[in-house]
Ligand binder design. Structure first.
Ligand SMILES: C[S@@+](CC[C@H](N)C(=O)[O-])C[C@H]1O[C@@H](n2cnc3c(N)ncnc32)[C@H](O)[C@@H]1O
Length: 310
């Protein structure tokens, strides 16, 4: 997940080895994570792929099956991991994650606290953002979820950047040994207002907190709690709009030429022209873009606040 070469520099020149985690890409919405293992095969609708053939190829390679079908072998990144991880809880997706990392001002070397860990979707991106010298301490009160998250961080090679603790953060708060040392805190809890006083004690002066809540009533209660020790309290909702692109045929006539179709930069005229109803007509191939019908709507509200400097 962190492409580091033997001299401990980030590198994008990487070759697939035995034991590597790869993201097998069929389509943008059809991917899966696989550990490369000599002698194993991947079988899908495109045929049978031998893992042995993948070893020594650069990440990003297109590899062929016994039937001539293909997939791409991508290097695992937090962005791709979020799309393939096993969902043990609701998770944060990349639009919210990228906003959180920017607004929490997380850079390499930061010390970050998080609760709950959930499926570790956000934690994975937090870890990459603090690498190589920072650390993420993440807490969940659900033992099995914490254990599964630990296994995932081993799998993705991030375990030296993340410590997973089992703790009821709403009931007990964060461990006090972080007092005044923490750069940022992230909460994804059902009653975040119960954890906010503890987060305030642990943050560095000027440190930033973010709380993710699906309901506005949770946001209201969190903001009431934040007013005691925090300033610059702001709530955002991140809405991502993606587009579907289709190519289609459109019948055009000479009258259209000077109109909106004629002026479209996307239109390409085809040869199939002729006269119909006394007018010259032709089929134009057109590229049409429209917002995805299945675009994700509301995920949650992100409330940010900065600890008051006393
Ligand atoms: C929605 S999930 C977090 C998902 C995570 N942000 C992600 O991106 O994968 C919420 C987590 O909070 C945990 N949780 C709920 N109450 C808690 C508490 N009092 N202390 C610690 N963890 C708690 C739950 O067990 C659950 O795993």
């Amino acid at each position: 997940m962190l492409p580091i070469d033997p001299s401990k520099k980030i590198t994008f020149q990487r070759w697939i080895s035995e034991g590597d985690l790869v993201i097998v890409y069929e389509k943008h919405d059809h991917m899966k994570a696989i550990k490369v293992c000599c002698g194993s095969v991947l079988q899908n609708r495109f045929g049978v792929f031998e893992h042995t053939d993948w070893i020594g190829k650069p990440f990003g390679s297109k590899v062929l099956s016994n039937k001539g079908g293909f997939v791409y072998l991508l290097a695992p990144t937090p962005e791709l991991w979020t799309l393939v991880l096993s969902h043990r809880t609701q998770i944060l997706y990349i639009a919210d994650i990228s906003f959180v990392i920017s607004f929490l001002e997380i850079v390499p070397g930061c010390l970050v606290l998080e609760s709950g860990t959930g499926s570790g979707s956000l934690t994975t991106s937090l870890a990459r953002a603090v690498a190589p010298s920072g650390h993420v301490y993440t807490f969940d009160f659900h033992e099995q979820r914490a254990a599964s998250a630990r296994e995932d961080f081993e799998k993705t090679g991030l375990s030296n950047l993340i410590t997973v603790g089992v703790r009821d953060i709403q009931g007990e708060g964060f461990p006090e040994n972080f007092c005044g040392l923490v750069d940022s805190v992230f909460l994804d809890l059902p009653q975040p207002w119960l954890a906010i006083p503890s987060a305030g004690k642990l943050l560095k002066q000027d440190g930033v907190l973010c709380s993710f809540s699906p309901c506005i009533e949770q946001v209201q209660r969190s903001c009431e709690s934040l007013r005691t020790n925090f300033t610059d309290i702001r709530t955002f909702e991140v809405l991502l709009r993606s587009y579907e692109i289709h190519e289609g045929k459109m019948e055009c006539s000479a009258d259209d030429e000077s109109g909106s179709l004629g002026s479209s930069p996307c239109k390409k005229r085809q040869c199939s022209s002729g006269r119909r109803n006394g007018k010259e007509k032709w089929d134009a191939r057109t590229v049409m873009a429209r917002p995805c019908s299945e675009a994700k709507g509301h995920t949650g509200y992100l409330t940010f606040a900065r600890l008051k400097c006393l």
